[in-house]
Design a protein around this ligand. Structure first.
Ligand code: C2E
Ligand code: MG
Ligand code: MG
Length: 402
């Protein structure tokens, strides 16, 4: 396809930069260039247009609808065949965007750091291959092989999303939990429940923990530079705790990332019957000695939770979301929560309620003395680069009502 036949759009909130990009494109011979000052305006212009555009050039940091959200719309609604990201953002964010675009089957022709010039634009455009738009595919029921998992780990397809944890008492943001998402090319986003058991079975889950921990440390540093010093929780499958080398590996990894183990809480869930109790206890004790916080996840659902509590130096207890759900109307749920919080209090463990979805659940758990809230009522898990903006706009429900 010649440049003159290309239909392109420039989405950029900065007037001068947008006009400059448009001028470069016209100088290169592109005849039809649409413009929009942010993602929302671009979606409005493009929705209802008969056929998709060829290439969209977009910034990431824009008001109203940021570039990442915009690219998702472009992919899901098939508004364009290809995208070029023009951004001054750091490489970890750009990498996440690249993975997401690929997962949606969108052609990502390149990532151009600002300031851009016409040579870089031309080189991205030259990679464009017009073709039939790839049909949307649902990952939900897709099969995958162990090789797909290995390949995904190698290619950086597993990305940490983060969900905030806030104080019930003050509303203050205390930390985040890292939750993995698999952006599988051509299949969309695959949630952890679909692949963690397979990874555990195939002995890949320790590698996943290391990947998530590295990404998490990267974000902790980036957020701290913006003035947001928080802790981060990373999920660790009980199965990888039978490997005695893991305590040193996780410690070294955190140190190499320039972070402190005291910023990290490892959330341990019982996934299978613990076969090698002595080894697991040894590893957990050593992790604690090195400064990591240890949280017992989904408390109340594992068969030997109580026994574990007495043996392991846990620092935090997470009330499982199945008890939080409907707790305002379910006296039995309330009883279990009360007992869990009482036990945590006696053992001097911090308490977190997961799955807080409603104001009624927030009010109840707060009145019962739970310290920290996590759940959709506060925020859904989000990509790490969105966290600083979320922290800025977050208001505790009590404050929001004043
Ligand atoms: P979890 O560690 O107990 O994480 C909480 C889950 O509840 C997350 O699901 C989160 O998205 C979801 N959630 C949070 N708030 C709410 C709410 O208000 N309502 C509802 N209905 N759900 C809420 P997700 O991300 O699908 O993760 C599921 C599980 O997969 C996690 O449960 C954890 O056990 C496991 N997992 C996630 N990431 C990793 C990882 O990196 N490594 C390992 N080994 N396991 C992981
Ligand atoms: Mg967890
Ligand atoms: Mg949980």
């Amino acid at each position: 396809m010649g440049l003159s036949e290309c239909n392109v759009m420039v989405v950029e909130d900065h007037d001068f930069q947008r006009r400059t990009t448009v001028r470069f494109l016209k100088d290169l011979g592109v005849k039809s260039v649409l413009e929009a000052a942010n993602g929302r305006k671009a979606v409005n212009i493009l929705t209802g247009r008969g056929r998709p555009l060829d290439i969209i050039f977009c910034d990431l940091d824009m008001p109203e609808m940021d570039g990442v959200e915009f690219i998702r719309h472009v992919a899901e609604e098939q508004l364009s065949q290809a995208v070029v990201v023009v951004s001054a953002m750091e490489s970890s964010i750009l990498h996440a965007v690249e993975t997401m675009a690929k997962a949606y089957g969108l052609q990502l022709l390149g990532v151009i750091p600002k300031p851009l010039d016409s040579q870089k634009l031309a080189s991205c455009i030259s990679k464009f291959q017009p073709k039939e738009i790839i049909r949307k595919q649902s990952a939900a029921r897709d099969e995958f092989t162990v090789e797909d998992l290995r390949h995904g780990l190698k290619e950086g397809e597993f990305i940490a999303y983060f969900q905030p944890k806030v104080s019930f008492a003050t509303g203050e943001m205390k930390g985040v939990e890292a939750l993995v998402r698999w952006f599988r090319p051509g299949h969309g986003m695959v949630p952890p429940a679909q692949f963690i058991p397979e990874m555990e079975h195939e002995g890949l889950v320790a590698h996943l923990t290391e990947v998530l921990l590295t990404q998490t440390c990267g974000y902790l540093k980036a957020w701290a530079l913006m003035g947001h010093v928080v802790t981060a929780s990373v999920n660790v499958s009980m199965l990888c705790l039978t490997d005695v080398g893991i305590a040193d590996r996780l410690h070294d990894l955190v140190k190499e990332s320039d972070c402190d183990p005291r910023q990290i809480i490892l959330e341990v869930t019982e996934t299978e019957v613990m076969t090698d109790v002595a080894k697991v206890l040894n590893v957990l004790a050593r992790l604690r000695l090195k400064g990591f916080g240890l949280s017992i996840d989904d408390f109340g659902t594992g068969y030997s939770s109580l026994q574990q509590l007495s043996n392991v130096p846990f620092t935090e207890l997470k009330v499982d979301q199945s008890f939080v759900k409907d707790s305002p109307t379910q006296p039995r749920h309330r009883t279990i929560i009360e007992a869990s919080l009482g036990l945590a209090h006696k053992l001097k463990l911090k308490t977190v309620a997961e799955g807080v979805e409603t104001r009624a659940e927030w009010d109840l758990l707060k009145s019962m003395g739970c310290q920290t809230a996590q759940g959709y009522f506060v925020a859904r898990p989000m990509p790490g680069h969105q966290m600083p903006a979320w922290i800025q706009m977050w208001q505790a429900p009590e404050a929001a009502c004043l």
